[in-house]
Write a protein that binds this ligand. Structure first.
Ligand SMILES: *[C@@H]1O[C@H](CO)[C@@H](O)[C@H](O)[C@H]1NC(C)=O
Ligand SMILES: *[C@@H]1O[C@H](CO)[C@@H](O)[C@H](O)[C@H]1NC(C)=O
Length: 353
C-alpha cells in the first residue's frame, strides 16, 4: 500500500506524540467507555442469566491473568489495546462486575453485553443487555461519577472521554439470518435501515448526556467468520459473498448516518472505524501480517463441521493462537485484535485531539 509521504509523517509524528504523553503518565483522554456486543464485552454477561458467556477455559488463556474473564478471546480485545495506547494503566471495568466501584470508575466503564446489538429484540432473545439499557446504566454511572468528583470535573470527563460502540454483528448473524420472521419481513437493506434508527437514537441519547466523542466500528466481513462459512457457506470453504455484501451496504449506511448526525449535533466528533477492510486483508492475505490460519478458528471449529462452540471439551483446540486470525468461530484472536487496534488508533486521531 502506498501512502503519501506527508500522511506517513503525520502518523509518525502523532504516534510519537502519543508515546511522549503516555510516557509522562497522563492518559490522552480523561476516560474510555465501551458499549455494544461480544466483540467488546469484558464480563458483563458473567452476571446475567444468558447462554452467551465465555467465562470458562480456554477463553482467557493468554490474557494478562491467564484466566477467563468473560472476554470472547484468548487474550486482549482490540479495546484493551486501545486503552493501553491511550495511556490507561487499567481496562475499563465491566459495569456489572464488583470491580466497577469507587475510583475504578473514574477512567471509564464497559457496558457491552454479548448477544446485544442495535435491534432490541436481539438482546432480549439472548437475555443480554439491550443498547437502551446500556445507556440507562451509563446515566447511572454518570450520577456516581458526579457524586465522586463534582459536576465540573465530571462534565469534562463526559465531554472529553472517548465512547466506543461495537454492534450489528449479532443482529445479523445471531438474529436476522436465522430468524424467518425477520428475514421474510425485511430485506437486508430494510433491516439495516431499522438498525440505523437505533444507532441514531443511541448517539443522540449520549449527546444529550454531554458526550462529544464517539467512535463506532463498522461490521466486519461477516461472511468470512469461520462460523458463518460453516453455517451459511453451503459446504463451500470460501467467504459467503451475500453476507459480505450486506455488511458493505450496512457500513455505507453507517457512514452516511454518522455524517448526518455529526452535521446536526454541534461539537460532536463521531468517527466510523473501518474494521471491515483490515479484517478482510487478514483473511485474504494472512501471511502478509504474520498469520497462517484464517479459515479455521483456534477453538471450537477444529473439525470444521462438528462444532461451533468453544469450551474446555472442544476437540482440536490449537496450542498456540498467535498465528490464527480467529480465536473462536465468531471472534478474532488477540493477535488479530492487536492489528485492529493499531488501525483504530490511526483512524481515531480526531477523537484524541
Ligand atoms: C466514509 O465516508 C468517507 C467520506 O465519504 C470515506 O472517506 C470513508 O472511507 C468512508 N468509510 C467507510 C467505512 O465506508
Ligand atoms: C506462539 O507462537 C509465536 C510465534 O508464532 C511465538 O512467538 C510464541 O512464543 C508462541 N507462544 C507459546 C505460548 O508457545
Amino acid at each position: 500500500m502506498g501512502f503519501p509521504t506527508s500522511l506517513v509523517s503525520i502518523i509518525f509524528v502523532t504516534v510519537a506524540t502519543v508515546v511522549v504523553s503516555v510516557a509522562h503518565g497522563d492518559p490522552l483522554v480523561p476516560m474510555l467507555c465501551v458499549f455494544g456486543d461480544s466483540v467488546v464485552d469484558v464480563g458483563n454477561n458473567n452476571n446475567l442469566n444468558t447462554i452467551i458467556k465465555s467465562n470458562f477455559p480456554p477463553y482467557g488463556r493468554d490474557f494478562v491473568t491467564h484466566k477467563p474473564t468473560g472476554r470472547f478471546c484468548n487474550g486482549k480485545l482490540a479495546t484493551d489495546f486501545t486503552a493501553e495506547y491511550l495511556g490507561f494503566t487499567s481496562y475499563p471495568p465491566a459495569y456489572l462486575s464488583k470491580d466497577a466501584k469507587g475510583k475504578n470508575l473514574l477512567t471509564g466503564a464497559n457496558f457491552a453485553s454479548a448477544g446485544s446489538g442495535y435491534y432490541e429484540r436481539t438482546a432480549q432473545f439472548y437475555r443480554a443487555i439491550t443498547l437502551t439499557q446500556q445507556v440507562a446504566y451509563y446515566k447511572e454511572y454518570q450520577d456516581k461519577v458526579v457524586r465522586m468528583v463534582g459536576n465540573e470535573r465530571a462534565n469534562a470527563m463526559f465531554s472529553g472521554g472517548i465512547h466506543l460502540l461495537s454492534a450489528g454483528s449479532s443482529d445479523f448473524i445471531q438474529n436476522y439470518y436465522i430468524n424467518p420472521v425477520l428475514n421474510r419481513a425485511y430485506s437486508p437493506d430494510q433491516f439495516s435501515n431499522i438498525l440505523m434508527r437505533s444507532f441514531s437514537t443511541f448517539v443522540q441519547n449520549l449527546y444529550g448526556l454531554g458526550v462529544r466523542k464517539i467512535g463506532v466500528t463498522t461490521l466486519p466481513p461477516t461472511g468470512c467468520l469461520p462460523a458463518t462459512i460453516t453455517l451459511f457457506g453451503g459446504g463451500s470453504n470460501q467467504c459467503v459473498g451475500r453476507l459480505n455484501q450486506d455488511a458493505i451496504s450496512f457500513n455505507n449506511k453507517l457512514n452516511t448516518t454518522s455524517q448526518v448526525l455529526q452535521n446536526n449535533l454541534p461539537g460532536l466528533k463521531l468517527v466510523v472505524f473501518d474494521i471491515y477492510h483490515p479484517l478482510l486483508d487478514m483473511v485474504i492475505k494472512p501471511t502478509d501480517q504474520g498469520f497462517f490460519e484464517a479459515r479455521k478458528a483456534c477453538c471450537g471449529t477444529g473439525t470444521i463441521e462438528t462444532s461451533l462452540l468453544c469450551n474446555a471439551r472442544s476437540i482440536g483446540t490449537c496450542s498456540n493462537a498467535t498465528q490464527y486470525v480467529y480465536w473462536d468461530g465468531f471472534h478474532p484472536s488477540e493477535s488479530a485484535n492487536q492489528v485492529l487496534a493499531q488501525d483504530l488508533l490511526e483512524q481515531g486521531f480526531s477523537l484524541i485531539s
